[in-house]
Design a protein around this ligand. Structure first.
Ligand code: GLU
Length: 510
């Protein structure tokens, strides 16, 4: 059995899409599970689509997500270089080999020639207008030109491409670990360009040559590459590499939240969730797209969420650390059907992982946000606030949003509550409660609560009737964390001051 060597092979054409991160993750899980190697290869042969900064972005996104690269761009390794633009001569040699063996040919057709071919076929009612089995002998290429003419064109620097000579009438069998056997007739495959006129290989040639030379055991990639797989299989056959051909696994598409169609950046923008792992500033437009990291998702939550977009463990367990995923992952348990992208599930995972953080970690987020807002509080207070908010937050930034009232006195009071519940009884209870707070001892949640209930009872009022008014007087808001605990954190003097200020500034209706 061949050693597991998998590669993540993005093209640096922009930010990494969240689906790309899932592809990287599944490759990584298989590598770790089998003691294999995770390789990062940069497929940058399409010069027209190259975007500066994209490669560094991809590396940073993988690192943030905890997907370690063992070999490739970055750490290096014995099969380099790992950037395809630096491997030009390798592809040229391999293309030459295919030409020599009759599996490829030079084509000199101009854009006009190609267009004329398409028009001709269209007029003749052909279903598809591809350059291939049915048309190659009517075109300007080394199959139709006399050898001397070909030689002279090559010698004089006439632009050309190298095309794959797809064999006729063959059943091409793609064995896919997720989809089973996919069979296509070679007559449906066109004579793909392998080398472009700029001397760069196309994706197909570079991908196959590199997967072979880098001894890749499994090609795990998105479903959008499934139509390319038959071409790749034919190339492995042409090179005589079928014995060591990698095993394929084409991952299911990520679908829009409503399940209709592929998830796009536009959908994500419209629905208000990130599509990229990290912030991405588009160098062409200057537009900044918010990433999962900056939106407050924890890497472990995003990983857990992504793992379940296509794979499931076959049990009820949903919470998996990276280590647990490594153990449980199995390509056989990846479904074929597209998976609906549900951001609420990502938030659910985030809540889970956030809640399990230590109070100290939570408080550091809060302290940083407070500092940005120009407020300094002690670490001890920040920890108390973080603890009382722990169960109410989805993102670290919620600590500041929900905990602001601890630091800033209310500037206004929830009017819905006051219009219904601000009455004589309420004022009487609040006033008496403020008066009795100085003698609460110790000044902690339990005795504060007992005092409040006693005060209300003494005045013949049910505590439940005035509890929300008390909350609004102290916090300004109709809902929030445990009120008694909040008053404890606020401190005795501050609590009394807030209640009194509220009574003073809020006239009774009528
Ligand atoms: N460069 C391709 C991409 O950008 C890689 C596809 C593959 O893994 O074969 O996704």
């Amino acid at each position: 059995m061949k050693k597991t060597r998998v590669r993540f092979a993005p093209s640096p054409t922009g930010a990494l899409h969240i689906g790309g991160l899932r592809t990287a993750l599944y490759n990584y899980l298989l590598a770790r599970q089998t003691g294999g190697t995770m390789i990062l290869r940069i497929e940058d042969t399409d010069q027209g689509r190259f975007v500066p900064g994209a490669e560094a972005y991809i590396a940073e996104a993988l690192q943030w997500a905890g997907i370690q690269i063992d070999e490739g761009v970055g750490p290096g390794g014995p099969f380099g270089p790992y950037r395809q633009s630096e491997r030009r001569s390798i592809y040229q040699e391999h293309a030459q080999q295919l030409i020599n063996q009759g599996h490829a040919y030079y084509a000199f057709d101009s854009e006009d020639d190609l267009e004329a071919m398409r028009q001709r076929l269209k007029a003749a009612g052909a279903d598809d207008q591809q350059y291939g089995v049915g048309t190659r002998l009517q075109m300007v290429n080394s199959l139709t030109l006399p050898p001397a003419e070909v030689a002279s064109r090559l010698a004089s620097g006439t632009p050309y491409v190298i095309r794959f000579k797809v064999p006729e009438n063959k059943s091409v069998v793609v064995q896919d670990l997720i989809r089973g056997e996919v069979v296509v007739s070679s007559n449906q495959v066109d004579d793909k360009v392998l080398m472009k006129s700029d001397g760069m290989p196309t994706y197909h040639l570079a991908n196959v040559v590199d997967d072979h030379l880098m001894q890749i055991s499994h090609v795990i990639r998105g479903e959008e590459w499934l139509p390319s797989a038959p071409i790749h299989v034919l190339l492995y056959e042409a090179f005589g590499w079928t014995e060591t051909m990698p095993r394929f696994a084409h991952l299911p598409l990520l679908l829009k939240p409503d399940g209709h169609g592929k998830l796009s950046k536009r959908d994500a923008d419209q629905l208000g969730f990130p599509i990229f792992p990290l912030n991405w500033k588009d160098p062409r437009t200057g537009e900044v797209a918010t990433g999962y990291r900056e939106a407050g998702y924890l890497p472990e939550a995003l990983i857990n969420f992504l793992a379940f977009l296509g794979w499931n463990p076959g049990t009820e367990q949903e919470i998996f650390s990276m280590q647990e995923l490594v153990k449980a992952f199995a390509i056989e348990r990846i479904g074929k059907a597209g998976t609906r992208f549900d951001i609420h599930k990502a938030q659910w995972f985030n809540q889970h992982y956030l809640r399990s953080k230590s109070t100290q970690e939570l408080s550091h987020w809060l302290l940083a946000d407070l500092k940005n807002a120009g407020t300094i509080v002690s670490e001890e207070i920040a920890q108390q606030i973080s603890d009382v908010l722990r169960d109410r937050i989805t993102f670290p930034s919620d600590l500041f949003k929900l905990g602001r009232f601890f630091i800033e006195r209310p500037l206004e009071y929830d009017q819905q509550v006051f219009s219904k519940k601000w009455n004589k009884d309420a004022v009487a209870v609040l006033s008496a409660f403020a008066d009795s707070l100085p003698s609460v001892n110790p000044y902690t949640a339990e005795p504060i609560k007992a005092t409040f209930e006693q005060t209300a009872a003494n005045l013949g009022v049910k505590p439940g009737q005035v509890l929300q008014v008390l909350r609004v007087s102290v916090t300004g808001q109709a809902s929030g964390p445990d009120l008694m605990k909040s008053m404890e954190i606020l401190g005795r003097d501050e609590t009394i001051e807030r209640i009194r200020t509220c009574i003073r500034s809020t006239p009774l209706p009528g």
